[in-house]
Design a protein around this ligand. Structure first.
Ligand code: BGC
Length: 358
C-alpha cells in the first residue's frame, strides 16, 4: 500500500504538483460518520517552548474546523521517546502523520515506519533528512538567517564592523544549519576582510537558553566586555545571552538578535535589551499544514510551490515568508496579526512611554 507521489514540474516557474493517488485505501471524508473522521497524528519534539504550544493550539483548531481530530504527542527532546510516539500514532492508525523532529536525521526511521503502514508524512517546520517525507511545510529558514545577519551588520555601533559572538541552535535540528547558512552568506565577506571579528561561536544544545548563557559567559570570560553584538539564532537563546550580559551590566549595551517573536522577546525589544526578532506567522504555518494534512488524509491533490533536497531526494515543499520585527514595527506586525497583544508586549513600560494603542 504505497502512496504514489507524482511530481510534475510545471513550466519554468518550477511549480510542483503532488498527485497523491490512492493505491488501496479509500479516501476519507471529513466529519461524516464517527468511523469516517480523519485523524491526524502530531508528533512534536517539545512543548517546553512558547512557540510550539502556539503551533499545537493553532494546528488543532484549524484541523477541528475542517472536521479532523488530532492526537498530539510531545517527546521532551528525546529521540527514543519521539520514535516510540510515532510508533504509537501508527498503531492508532492515524490517517496522516505530522512530525516536528527533534533530530532531523534520526527521524528518517519514523518516516520509513509510517510509509510501511501506508501513512503519509508531513515534516513540519523542520526537515526530516535522508528519507522521503511526502511534504515539508516551513518558513524560508535560510532567509531567516540572512535577515538576522543583515540587521546585525546595519545596527552595529559602526555599521559593518565589530566584534561579535555567534550562538547557533541545536546541531540535531536541520533548521539550525539553515539559519547559520543564511547568516554565513551575509557575514563571510566581512569576516574574511577582518571587519567582523567572531570572538566566540558555538551550538546551543537542544536550543536551551541555559546553554546559550554558557556560551556568552565563556565569551565574556575570554574577551571582557568588548563585545558589540550577539547573533543569537532564536528568542530562547537570545534570552540566555541577555541573562549573561545583564549579570555583567551589559544588557541593552550589546546588540542581540532573535527569532520567533515570542512575547518575552517582544517585551525585551520594547525595553531595549533585545534589538530584533524574526516574526514567523505561526497561524499561517499551522493552519496551512492542518489544511494540507486533511487533504493528504483524504487522498486529495496537494500543490507545493517548491522542492527541497533533504540528502535523499527532492521533497515537495511549501515555505512561508518571514518579517524582521524591531521596536518600530511591533504594532504593525505581531500585534496587528494577533500573535501578541499590546498589553502583554508593553507590560514593563510605563503608560507615558508606550506607543499609542492601535
Ligand atoms: C524553529 C525555531 C525554534 C527552534 C527551537 C527551530 O527549528 O524553526 O522557530 O525557535 O527550532 O525550538
Amino acid at each position: 500500500m504505497k502512496i504514489r507521489i507524482l511530481l510534475v514540474i510545471v513550466s519554468l516557474v518550477a511549480s510542483v504538483l503532488i498527485g497523491l493517488a490512492l493505491a488501496s485505501r479509500g479516501g476519507k471524508t471529513t466529519g461524516a460518520g464517527q468511523d469516517d473522521w480523519i485523524v491526524i497524528g502530531l508528533s512534536l519534539d517539545t512543548l517546553k517552548e512558547a512557540r510550539w504550544q502556539a503551533d499545537r493550539e493553532m494546528f488543532v483548531k484549524r484541523a477541528g474546523e475542517l472536521g479532523a481530530r488530532v492526537r498530539v504527542l510531545a517527546a521532551n527532546s528525546d529521540d527514543t521517546v519521539q520514535i516510540s510516539d510515532v510508533e504509537k500514532l501508527i498503531t492508532n492508525k492515524v490517517d496522516v502523520l505530522v512530525i516536528v523532529p527533534h533530530d532531523g536525521t534520526a527521524m528518517a526511521k519514523g518516516v520509513k515506519m509510517a510509509h510501511e503502514a501506508g501513512i503519509p508524512v508531513i515534516a513540519y517546520d523542520r526537515m526530516i533528512r535522508d528519507s522521503d517525507p511526502d511534504l515539508y511545510v516551513s518558513f524560508d529558514n535560510e532567509h531567516v538567517g540572512e535577515l538576522q545577519a543583515k540587521f546585525l551588520l546595519e545596527h552595529l555601533p559602526t555599521p559593518g564592523k565589530g566584534r561579535i559572538v555567534r550562538i547557533y541552535g541545536a546541531k540535531t535540528d536541520n533548521n539550525a544549519a539553515l539559519f547559520k547558512r543564511g547568516q554565513d552568506r551575509v557575514l563571510e565577506p566581512l569576516i574574511k576582510s577582518g571587519d567582523i571579528q567572531v570572538l566566540h561561536e558555538d551550538w546551543a544544545e537542544d536550543w536551551k537558553p541555559e546553554n546559550a548563557k554558557r556560551i556568552v559567559n565563556a565569551a565574556i570570560t575570554a574577551n571582557g566586555s568588548r563585545i558589540d553584538a550577539v547573533l543569537a539564532s532564536n528568542d530562547g537563546t537570545a534570552g540566555g545571552a541577555i541573562q549573561a550580559l545583564s549579570e555583567e551590566g551589559l544588557a541593552g549595551k550589546v546588540l542581540v538578535t532573535g527569532q520567533d517573536a515570542e512575547t518575552v522577546a517582544l517585551q525585551r525589544i520594547a525595553v531595549g535589551t533585545q534589538a530584533m526578532t524574526i516574526y514567523k506567522p505561526l497561524r499561517t504555518l499551522a493552519s496551512g499544514a492542518a489544511e494540507l494534512a486533511v487533504q493528504m488524509a483524504g487522498r486529495r491533490v496537494v500543490v507545493a510551490g517548491k522542492s527541497i533536497d533533504n540528502g535523499h531526494g527532492l521533497v515537495p515543499s511549501v515555505l512561508f515568508d518571514v518579517v524582521t520585527v524591531t521596536r518600530d514595527n511591533i504594532l504593525d506586525t505581531v500585534v496587528r496579526d494577533g500573535q501578541a497583544s499590546y498589553d502583554d508586549v508593553y507590560r514593563g513600560i510605563p503608560d507615558a512611554q508606550r506607543p499609542p494603542r492601535p
